[in-house]
Design a protein around this ligand. Structure first.
Ligand SMILES: [Zn+2]
Length: 474
């Protein structure tokens, strides 16, 4: 999966990047002009960020993989992107990208409801539906909007945060103005597809029905009070009736989801609250609340408020109860790491990686902590972790920045020029992940000059040259 956005830190990466930090504003404006988009500058005022979190992504992956398979989509080729925004919304843009707002993650009451939304969005992907402009939107604007959404997805895939975030700012203001929506026919088609996916995976459509029922209630209230989801996906009583009818006749109507999903769902919501609204989390989950999710949310909230001395004992107690929980180890690692306690942080991250080896985010965090330890005996381990992270999730600029740093240390110790070539190669990869094509091309050229002709990284550096020279704009 190609995904990369601003990096906060591993456990909860995201949020770091304000929509348009001052020095980038000019560039963003230029991008807006390039897209010939007459969108209000109010989009600039919004703060927007993506959230990366190993635990939440793991849960969403578990929920959605059967649905993607039922839709005959390659689960690795569909990106599920979490946007930090309290509104309830989700939509598909730029091909196989499902955007879900944290507001929706928070308001879905059960895993079944969330899975229903994912199934419906998957129905839009499978049906090849394009969101279209409606109402006052002229056709030409609709076309440029679609182009912009495509650019947004491409920007995200290539890690080009500026394009992605710029495009998203506009997309955001479009959805908010009710200028973007699917047609009613597409909504019905996506519903039918969702029901098919749920049936073929022998799962109940009850959650889907419940969520849609909640939304259908909004049909009658003023538009400006409706959730964004209703505005992007026009709701109707007909749709609800169809889903209800299907549910009544489905042999899987009463089938329950595994209890583990409820647990993942509750912990996701507790975690989001702890990270995003620590004050609210401490109010909602009092220190009398014995539930694991409550203590988890408190540990996160206290850490976010810099009460490390209170957060660590909480997380230690959680680890005593669930010693094999990779995300508890990860949280502990993050708290320790950010407070300069590198060695114990490494121990925690190592455990997290051992317990969930297919998470690129965990491996990057582990490698980062190892790098910070300045222990040169760990360099090979660092390189191995990052190479594996890249295999799991291509083109993360942080992976390549750390790899270049590790190779640079190798070069300093050994004075072997091969490592110098790898440093340039790593910088080329980082640059291309950030869509800095000119720099990528320059670094790749230097790598090619040093690395043995025909060696694997020499070949990859050649590929970068080809890729960067293709685009005449740069
Ligand atoms: Zn829809």
């Amino acid at each position: 999966m190609k995904r990369d956005f601003s990096i906060w830190h591993t456990a909860f990466r995201g949020e770091k990047k304000e929509l348009f930090p001052k020095r980038q504003r000019l560039k963003v404006w230029i991008l807006f002009l390039l897209f010939t988009f007459a969108f209000p500058s109010s989009a600039h005022a919004e703060k927007l960020s993506f959230i990366r979190d190993a635990e939440i992504e793991h849960y969403l992956h578990e929920l959605s993989t059967p649905i993607f398979r039922a839709a005959k989509l390659n689960p690795r080729a569909v990106n599920l992107l979490i946007i930090k925004n309290g509104e309830m919304n989700a939509f598909v843009a730029g091909g196989q990208n499902i955007f879900i707002y944290t507001g929706l993650l928070q308001s879905a009451e059960t895993p079944g409801q969330l899975q229903g939304v994912i199934a419906h969005e998957t129905g839009h992907i499978a049906g090849g539906h394009l969101v279209r402009g409606s109402r006052a939107m002229e056709n030409a604007s609709a076309q440029s909007m679609i182009g912009m959404l495509a650019a947004l997805a491409a920007g995200l895939a290539s890690g080009n945060g500026q394009v992605a975030i710029g495009a998203f700012g506009a997309a955001q203001s479009i959805t908010e103005r009710n200028l973007m929506s699917y047609s009613r026919a597409q909504e019905s088609a996506a519903d039918s597809a969702a029901l098919r996916f749920l049936d073929s995976t022998e799962q109940s459509s009850e959650g889907f029905y419940d969520f849609m029922k909640k939304l259908a209630g909004q049909e009658l209230i003023p538009e400006d009070q409706q959730s964004q989801y209703v505005r992007t996906h026009p709701m109707s009583q007909d749709r609800l009736q169809n889903i209800g009818h299907h549910l009544e006749n489905s042999p899987y109507a009463n089938k329950k989801m595994p209890a583990l999903f409820n647990q993942m769902h509750e912990r996701m919501q507790a975690k989001l609250l702890g990270f995003l609204r620590p004050e609210a989390a401490l109010l909602r989950y009092t220190d009398k609340d014995p539930r694991i999710r409550a203590r988890y949310a408190r540990a996160i909230a206290l850490y976010r408020k810099s009460h490390i001395d209170k957060a660590l004992p909480l997380i230690d107690r959680l680890l005593k109860e669930e010693p094999d929980n990779p995300f508890f180890h990860e949280l502990k690692g993050q708290i320790l790491f950010e407070n300069g306690r590198i060695k114990p942080a490494i121990v925690s991250y190592q455990k997290a990686v051992a317990l969930l080896s297919d998470s690129a985010l965990l491996r990057i965090a582990y490698a980062h902590a190892l790098l910070e330890s300045k222990d040169d005996t760990q360099l090979d381990k660092i390189i191995k972790q990052l190479t594996e992270a890249d295999r799991l999730e291509a083109r993360d600029p942080q992976t390549w920045r750390f790899l270049a740093a590790a190779w640079n240390r190798k070069h300093k110790i050994t004075q072997v020029s091969y490592y110098q070539g790898l440093v340039f190669y790593g910088l080329a990869e980082e640059s291309i992940a950030l869509n800095k094509k000119e720099a990528a091309s320059r670094y790749a050229l230097r790598a090619i000059g040093i690395l043995p002709k025909g060696s694997p990284y020499w070949l990859r550096a050649q590929d970068i040259r080809l890729e960067t020279d293709k685009d005449p704009k740069d």
